[in-house]
Design a protein around this ligand. Structure first.
Ligand code: NAD
Ligand SMILES: CCCCC[C@H](O)/C=C/C=C\C=C\C=C\[C@@H](O)[C@@H](O)CCCC(=O)O
Length: 248
């Protein structure tokens, strides 16, 4: 998909990878709505992006994606303010929490509800204009992560969901893509780097800059292969599960 003139909603867009994806869309001539629980940071980021890319290019909407009604309403507000939206990036995520169900709610359930809401908005058989849904999983959605088993469960879930729902919504003009980065330099990772074991593990895998993940995101969006899963590790970008069997 060419991004010029396209309108995107990005969950967890106040910082980190979400902010990086927003910058890429804006640089390509699109507009963005950032949804996040962090209100002052979200407003600050939207102001920064408007100053850089032109007033009206970015809006911020406060939203906790685990609250289904508010998430639905936030998407409706984004559609009203932007005119519509062509892309939803389900990016909001956390690594760990004392209550494992919170991790599953943010990292997996909200990806599912966001996808369902966006399909309803985009579906061509009900007057929509089609679109792209990009779900952010992780390398921990493709391989075991013994340090974070619940996180890994949520991210494996995102890969399985994206590969399954993509073919199911293709006839509606909607494609679902999935991105699986290994470690990147964002607050999600950097807050833990003082822990020596964690730091050693990250160093053994390598730590990407946000720009390397954004470059992979750009490839995924441009290629627009429905139900595809793109893995990005330092210096290596690779489509996984290439051979799709017939849709059952
Ligand atoms: N940074 C990495 O190394 C890495 C690697 C692989 C995958 N990921 C995934 O990429 C995504 C973005 O991660 P990041 O590294 O930018 O993290 P981050 O912590 O820097 O940013 C995540 C954003 O999500 C927001 N968020 C959290 N819970 C939310 C909720 N309930 N509702 C709305 N917003 C919420 C946060 O406020 C924050 O702004 C996550 O899904 C993460 O699992 C990150
Ligand atoms: C197997 C590949 C991993 C892929 C990257 C993943 O998506 C990103 C994860 C980001 C953060 C993970 C943090 C995990 C931290 C805890 O397990 C803990 O070990 C950190 C130490 C706690 C502390 O003292 O801060």
């Amino acid at each position: 998909m060419k991004l010029e003139g396209k309108r995107a909603v990005i969950t967890g867009g106040a910082q980190g990878l979400g902010k990086g994806f927003a910058e890429h869309i804006l640089e390509s001539g699109g507009q963005v709505a950032l949804l996040d629980v962090k209100v002052s940071l979200g407003l600050e980021t939207a102001n920064e992006l408007n100053a850089k890319y032109g007033q009206g290019s970015a809006i911020f909407i406060q939203c906790d994606v685990t609250d289904k009604e508010r998430f639905k309403r936030a998407l409706q507000v984004a559609a009203q303010v932007l005119g519509s939206y062509d892309i939803l990036v389900n990016n909001a995520g956390i690594s760990s929490h004392e209550d494992f169900e919170v991790v599953l709610k943010i990292n997996l359930s909200a990806v599912i509800s966001g996808t369902m809401f966006a399909v309803e908005h985009m579906r061509e058989d009900k007057g929509g204009r089609g679109g792209l849904i990009i779900n952010i999983s992780s390398a921990a959605g493709l391989m075991p992560a013994p340090m974070e088993p619940i996180y890994a469960a949520s991210k494996f879930g995102v890969v399985g969901f994206s590969r399954s729902i993509g073919p199911a919504v293709e006839s509606l003009g909607v494609k679902v893509l999935c991105l699986c980065p290994s470690f990147a330099r964002t607050p999600l990772v950097t807050v833990h780097l003082e822990n020596e074991d964690f730091r050693n593990f990250v160093e053994s895998m390598g730590l990407m800059e946000v720009s390397e993940v954004v470059e992979a995101f750009a490839t995924l969006v441009e290629d627009e292969r429905n139900a595809s899963v793109l893995s990005i590790t330092p210096g290596k970008k690779e489509y996984r599960f290439q051979k799709r069997k017939a849709n059952l």
